[in-house]
Ligand binder design. Structure first.
Ligand code: ATP
Ligand code: MG
Length: 356
């Protein structure tokens, strides 16, 4: 029997509340399947840790995480700690150091989930966003000149390397080809005259290697509009770090809200552990109330199983989420229900148990 080592960074706010439910699901699946077990190791990192030790994680934190099969993250960030510190000192550090250059964010509207679009458009929302996760505007490159003076200037540089751009685009082509889906590239070559012209060039080059994949290219502004007006035209989508961040929040709003949006940070070469998380933040407004929706965190558990090579289990967990949303008896307030976080987790476990 295989034992998978999972590092758990539950983090701040609703992070620990939703992670508990994800782990409940993982334990249930392991109980039902004798091929594997999980061993969970908790790391108490995040903003509370920061308030005590003035750092979000241990100095040798990455060393500690290195040998795990996967990292399961809740959310980091809380009022009192500037967002850019909590983000850079933990989340972005792990993504970068472990070269998790692929961010996979499914945007799939489940039956019964709320959607602001009119009937018709809403039937077709099933996209897979492949967001570049290691460079672009998140490279941390820039300068702050003449601080506080009238001539103050701030530069935030987007970094697009040949290696970084090519590998994410190729990854997206591989998925589109394997799943026989169309691939849409989203960029902004008309205004960003270096980075996005380069992106488009690389996309067109790599495209030559995949004649079987039908492709589209959109400017990011047009893509934002089309995601709302005609979401059915998007299947697999590849885009840069910043555009992917923004558009997947839009996507989350289309597909039931932040409580249903999951994301995987993948190092495809498996040289380092990959990291799985709900894409929402710590949601301080509802933290501690026991009403956070754990379905995004549970959906990211489904991505862990996909990644470990048990796609049928990933699919089963997703089906269980879908069943729960459709039956609409046990839902948290964000989805119009009155259930608690734990009740939703328990219901998912029940559904998995009954194998419906
Ligand atoms: P952070 O600073 O950590 O990013 P945030 O204040 O931006 O946190 P988010 O979690 O990104 O908060 O989401 C914004 C709002 O969406 C929250 O304030 C909350 O009301 C709602 N929300 C987010 N996640 C959930 C969830 N899992 N269940 C219910 N509501 C949620
Ligand atoms: Mg946020």
């Amino acid at each position: 029997m295989k034992i998978y080592k999972i590092a758990v960074i539950a983090g701040d706010g609703i992070g620990p509340e939703v992670v508990d439910e994800g782990i409940k699901v993982m334990k249930k699946v392991a109980e039902l399947d004798d091929r594997f077990q999980f061993e969970f190791t908790y790391f108490p990192w995040g903003c509370e840790y920061y308030s005590k030790y003035n750092k979000m994680m241990d100095e040798d934190g990455l060393e500690k995480l290195k040998n795990f099969d996967a990292i399961y993250l809740g959310a980091v960030g809380f009022p009192g700690v500037p967002d850019h510190i909590s983000l850079w000192d933990l989340l972005l550090r792990i993504r970068k150091e472990f070269d998790q250059y692929v961010n996979i964010r499914p945007i799939k509207l489940l039956n019964g989930a709320p959607c602001p679009l009119v009937d018709g458009s809403r039937d077709t929302i099933d996209m897979l966003f492949i967001r570049e996760n290691s460079e672009g505007e998140y490279a941390g490159a820039g300068d702050w000149l003449f601080k506080g003076k009238p001539e103050e200037v701030v530069l935030q540089t987007g970094v697009f390397s040949r290696k970084g751009t090519e590998r994410i685009i190729r990854y997206a082509f591989e998925i589109a080809s394997k799943e026989e889906k169309t691939l849409t590239s989203i960029s902004k070559g008309n205004a960003l005259n270096y980075s996005m012209v380069f992106w488009d060039e690389v996309f067109n080059e790599v495209k030559e290697e995949y004649p079987d994949v039908k492709t589209y290219s959109y400017l990011v502004d047009a893509a934002a509009m089309l995601m709302v007006k005609d979401p059915g035209r998007f299947e697999v989508v590849v885009t840069s770090n910043l555009f992917g961040d923004i558009l997947t929040d839009l996507g989350a709003a289309l597909a039931g809200g932040m409580g249903l949006a999951a994301g995987a940070n993948i190092n495809p070469e498996r040289s380092y552990p990959s990291m799985f998380e709900p894409i929402h933040g710590s949601a301080p407004d509802i933290a501690g109330k026991g009403i956070a929706n754990p379905l995004a965190a549970i959906w990211s558990v489904s991505q862990i199983f996909d990644f470990l090579g048990y796609e049928e289990i990933g699919e089963r967990i997703l089906k269980a989420i879908e069943f729960l949303v459709e039956e609409s008896a046990v839902l948290t307030p964000d989805l119009g229900g009155i259930a608690s976080t734990a009740e939703v987790g328990d219901r998912v476990v029940e559904i998995l148990n009954q194998n419906v």
